[in-house]
Design a binder for this molecule. Structure first.
Ligand code: SAM
Length: 326
């Protein structure tokens, strides 16, 4: 996958993956993500089409081969297809993905696939319509499900579904079983994610508890994941079409394998999700040769990646996941 040129940080990790947040705006209000009354970006604050593409071009030039577009809600950008098609055409970008809440995906999945998007992660925390609406501040489950179906039809592959384990309600049979049955029937990859300390204060449900519950009902066996360079551990329910994965930043941190950098929608580069350290790309993006200038910042940030999260003094708190892009 062209990993060989990617920068290596001070701890021997190859930094091959860049997440770019395209906006802080979102059409949902997930309890654990977005505190009430947060500031939202204005169009003037947010990276322009050209600046997003130049950031990706710089990433490709230093050997980063995977790019994920996130937000806020990236589908709120009308230029998403344009961004996707420009990035997909860059030599060296082997993997281009999108994270979305899926509310607006049904009508755009085919166009995004055509523009060159490889795969998609849809965040979908409950398959019970009322729970989904409550967790997302009024989201429509049917719309996100239509988005997942459209993504499968469009040939986006793999299609992953992100479920943040926000509270013990997920252990109830009415909440958990529908995910398992979905994975048995469809070639999708449902990943349960431990909620990180942050704005909403949702209680963290450890992955082990969910896995134990699944084992009571199903034959659960370790499985190869769908790929993608992320930290999930995967399982198959005997004979299932898809898989179930667990992402455990709290109960089993995976910093040793962290391969990523993040750029928020305002053009600040972050060496770690929890880092207060920021590298402002604005000046570099305005430079005469923005691609070389941004490339230099990317290499600098890669070198500054901490060995693990929480190294910086101060409480471990994500104040603005919606702004960072998860
Ligand atoms: N709007 C898009 C979406 O809903 O997927 C993209 C942005 S969202 C910030 C990206 C991912 O971060 C989502 O899967 C979301 O559930 C996750 N996320 C947000 N806050 C989180 C938290 N406190 N802990 C763990 N995951 C979180």
């Amino acid at each position: 996958m062209g990993h060989s040129r990617a920068p290596v940080d001070r701890h021997g990790r190859r930094v091959e993956y860049l997440r770019i947040s395209l906006t802080e705006r979102c059409n949902l209000r997930c309890v654990y993500c977005r505190p009430a009354g947060v500031d939202e970006d204005t169009a003037a604050d947010v990276l322009s089409t050209r600046n997003v593409v130049n950031t990706a071009r710089a990433a490709a030039s230093v050997g980063i081969s995977r790019i994920r577009l996130t937000g806020g809600e990236p589908l709120l950008r009308d230029d998403l297809e344009e961004i996707v098609s420009a990035i997909a055409a860059l030599p060296g970008i082997a993997d281009l993905s999108l994270t979305t809440n899926g509310q607006g995906l049904a009508s755009r999945a085919a166009g995004l696939a055509e523009a060159g998007l490889h795969r998609v992660n849809v965040s979908l925390d409950s398959l019970v319509p009322e729970t989904y609406a409550a967790l997302t501040g009024g989201g429509d489950l049917a719309r996100s499900l239509a988005g997942v179906r459209a993504a499968l039809r469009a040939g986006l592959n793999p299609v992953k579904v992100n479920v943040v384990m926000a509270g013990r309600r997920l252990l109830e049979e009415t909440e958990l079983r529908p995910f398992a049955e979905w994975v048995r029937a469809e070639p999708i990859h449902v990943r349960f994610i431990e909620v990180m300390p942050g704005c909403g204060g949702a209680a963290c449900l450890p992955a082990d508890e969910v896995l134990a519950r699944l084992r009571k009902w199903y034959d659960v066996e370790p499985a190869a994941g769908p790929g993608g360079g992320g930290p999930a551990k995967y399982f198959r329910l005997r004979g299932s079409a898809g898989t179930i994965g667990f992402i455990t930043p709290l109960s089993a941190p995976f910093c040793d394998h962290c391969n990523r950098l993040r750029v928020n929608a305002r053009g600040e580069l972050m060496p770690c999700l929890f880092s207060r350290r920021r590298f402002d790309l604005r000046a570099a993006l305005d430079a005469e040769d923005p691609v070389s200038a941004v490339a230099e910042e990317l290499l600098r940030a890669a070198l500054e990646k901490p060995a693990r999260y929480g190294e910086e003094p101060g409480p471990l708190e994500l104040r603005a996941m919606h702004a960072i892009g998860g």
